[in-house]
Design a protein around this ligand. Structure first.
Ligand SMILES: [Cu+2]
Length: 245
């Protein structure tokens, strides 16, 4: 019984994960935030289709007005292009008219000083955005060159493993009672041994408890409670029909 339970517990998250990975979620189609490109004239084009832009970077020369020929191919879905100082979108340099697809529009973008800017679709800022490069600014500063995080010695929640070992007599029925992660008492009937159960107590000072009982009094049982670092918190090994740790 115990084995079957474990297999189910393991496979459910795996299936859930595979399911998520296969649905082509927005997370998968997020544009690359580090996308870079170089200016090639002042006439840009951009297409929105299936709620995605076809570019994650656009570039124009510095201090020159430019145009964006924008095409929204999504029927009934509003899209636009706006240009901001950065991805916080707190300072706008250009806000394009929102159009419902299918429709085309040509935006007139004012001249901008050299630098790295940000463009996005205002109705869909979570997944329709890109970098707007003006002129030939220095490479985007690699903000991830900071020192590696100091080792976090604050250990996470402590794990505790209950174990019941021994020998089960034929036809005997062993019942195990233990304290679960929330402090409640749980019972498993007719278990096979060796049996073990690992949990993370809500309280780090909580050791928990486990008891095993043989119905016919013929089995020989031992128990232990160990922490994830191997520390034995409680142990009994007297091979008796009932054991308690
Ligand atoms: Cu949009």
């Amino acid at each position: 019984m115990r084995v079957r339970y474990s297999v189910i517990a393991l496979s459910l998250p795996a299936v859930a994960w595979l399911g998520l990975a296969g649905t082509g979620s927005f997370a998968e189609s997020k544009p690359n935030p580090g996308a870079d490109c170089k200016p090639n004239g002042t006439a840009l084009s951009l297409t929105a289709s299936d709620n995605k832009f076809d570019k994650d970077c656009m570039a124009v020369p510095a201090n020159q007005a430019s145009t964006i020929a924008f095409e929204n191919r999504d029927p009934g879905i509003p899209h636009n292009v706006s240009i901001y100082q950065d991805d916080t979108a707190s300072k706008a340099y250009f806000k394009g008219e929102v159009i419902d697809g299918p429709k085309k529009i040509t935006y007139n973008v004012p001249a901008l000083p050299e630098g790295r800017y940000f463009f996005r679709c205002d109705p869909h800022p979570e997944f329709m955005y890109g970098n707007f490069v003006v002129g030939n600014p220095p490479p985007a500063s690699t903000t991830t060159t900071t020192a590696p995080p100091t080792t976090t010695t604050t250990s996470g929640p402590r794990q505790v493993t209950y174990t019941v070992t021994g020998t089960k007599a034929p036809l005997d029925i062993i019942t195990i009672t233990f304290t679960d992660a929330s402090g409640r008492s749980r019972m498993q009937r007719n278990v096979y041994i060796p049996w073990s159960f690992t949990l993370t107590p809500i309280s780090n000072s909580d050791v928990g408890s486990v008891q095993a009982q043989s119905l016919l009094g013929l089995s020989r049982l031992n128990c232990s409670i160990t922490a994830s670092d191997g520390t034995v918190l409680s142990q009994r090994s007297d091979n008796s029909p009932t054991t308690s740790c």
